[in-house]
Design a binder for this molecule. Sequence first.
Ligand SMILES: Nc1ncnc2c1ncn2[C@@H]1O[C@H](COP(=O)(O)OP(=O)(O)OP(=O)(O)O)[C@@H](O)[C@H]1O
Ligand SMILES: [Mg+2]
Length: 501
Amino acid sequence: MSIARLATFAFSGIETLPVEVQVQISAGLPAFMVVGLPDKAVAESRERVRAALSGLGLSLPPKRVLVNLAPADIQKEGSHFDLPIALAVLAAMEIVPKEELAGFAALGELALDGAIGPVAGILPAALGAASRSLGLICPGAQGAEAAWAGEIEILAAHDLRQIIAHLTGRQLLEQPAAPSLQTGLAEGPCLSEVKGQESAKRALEIAAAGGHNLLLIGPPGSGKSMLAARLPRLLPDLTPREALEVSLVRSVAGLIEQGRISSRPPYRDPHHSASQAALVGGGPRAKPGEISLAHRGVLFLDEWPEFPRPALEALRQPLESGVCTISRAAAHVTYPARVQLVAAMNPCRCGHLGEQPRECGQAPRCGEQYQSRLSGPLLDRMDLTIGMAPIPPGELARAPRGESSSEVARRVQEARHRQQKRSGMVNAEASLEDLTADTAPDALALAERAATQLGLSSRGFTRCFRVARSIADLAGVPRIERPHMAEALAFRHRVPGQALR
Ligand SMILES: Nc1ncnc2c1ncn2[C@@H]1O[C@H](COP(=O)(O)OP(=O)(O)OP(=O)(O)O)[C@@H](O)[C@H]1O
Ligand SMILES: [Mg+2]
C-alpha cells in the first residue's frame, strides 16, 4: 500500500513553511478524511476535491482515503491546499504518475467543476519552491507572478484537466513568463499645482529625502491632503530587493494582478474608519494590515485624530521597530512594516483654532481636547510638524506655479544617493552615534541646548539629528552644520500638551 506525496506550503507572515500532503488509500469502509491541524477552509477542501473529481468524471474509490498534512503541529489555513490534496489523491488513484509529482510543490483553490482559482501567496511559494529545487503547480491566472521566482518549472493551469494532461504527457503546458518590472516616475498630481505653502513644501521635500514622518496641521481647505498626495512622485524607485519585499507582502495579501510588480514605493491612504485589524493586520485569518502594505513606502493617515484610538496606538510599535507582530491564538505572525508615516489634521473640531476671527468660542480648549486624541508617544514619532495657514482665495488665483515634482524629485534622489553611499540606509534609520560623528560641534551644542528647552525625549533628540542629516544631504554638505540643526529643530513639534496651531 503506497502513499502519494506532494509538497505545498503554509504561510507565517511572508515566510513559507514547507508542508507535505500525504494520501493513503487503504481497504476499509469508504471515507475521505483530512488530518494534520486543518482549519475550516482546509477541512472544506474535502468537499471541493470530491466535487472537482466528479467534474472530471472520476469518483473517489470506495475505500478509506486518508489525507495527512505534515508536519501536524503547524496550523494549516486557507483554501490553497485544495489543489495539492486533489493532485496527491489523483496520484494515489494512479491517474497521474507519482514520480512526476515529486519535483513539484502545488497550491491553488478548486472550484466544483475542477477550475483552479487564484490564491494568496504565490510569489513566496514560488521562491520557497525554487529554494528547494522544486517546480510549482499554480493557478493559470498566477503563472506570471510565479515566474518572478526565476529559473523554475511552472505549471500554471486553469483547471485540473490541463494538469493531468501535462503530467501524463498528453498535452504540455507552456511555461509562463514574468512581465517586465514597472519602473519610472510615479504617476500622480504635480507639486507645481500647490501655490505658496513654501515651508510645507520644504518639509515635504526633507521628509521625502530621508524617509521621515510628517505631520501637517491646518484649517480646512489649506491644502494638506493636496500636498500629501504629491509625496509619491518625489520618492525614488525601490531597489530590486526592496521591490521584492513589497511584492511578497502584496502577494500574501492577494493583491498582485497578472504578475505585475512595480519598483515604485507603495502609497496607502486608508480611511479614518479603518479598524485596528485593517491598519496593523490580524483578524481570524491573519492578513497584512495597511502599515505592512505600505512597507518601504508611505502610509498617509488623513484626518488623523478621527482614527479609532486603539488602531492609532497599535501603530506605535511597528513605527519604531519596522515590523508588525500580530499575536494569535496559536502563534505570532510577523509582517514587515517599515513605513514613512504622513498624517494630516485640523487643529480642532471646527478647524479654525488660532485663526482670528473664525476661531470658535471654545478656543483654545477645543484644540487641546481634539489634539488629546493623539497620545504623546505617537506625536513623539513625528519628525517634522508643519502648521499650514490657508492661502487667501484672491492670492491663490494670482500666485505663480511652483517647482514641478520632477525638479524636487531630482534633489531627493541625489540626497538619497548620498545616504546610500555613506551608510547604505535611509536617514530615518540612521543611528545617533553615526549621526553625531558627522556633526559640527556648534550644531551639537545647539541640539543639546534645544533638547533641554523643548523637553525633547531621547527619541525626539535622535530624530532631530536624522532630519538635520537629510537637510545637510539636500544641501550636499558632508557634515551636519548649525543651520541644518536649527531648521530640523524648528520642524520639531513643541512641548507635549500644548495645542498645535
Ligand atoms: N496652496 C494651494 N494651491 C492650490 N490650490 C489649493 C491650495 N490650497 C488649497 N487649494 C485648493 O483647495 C482644495 C482643498 O484642499 P485640500 O483638500 O488639500 O485641503 P485640506 O487642508 O486637506 O482640507 P480639510 O482639512 O478639509 O481636509 C484643493 O483641492 C485645491 O483646489
Ligand atoms: Mg484634507
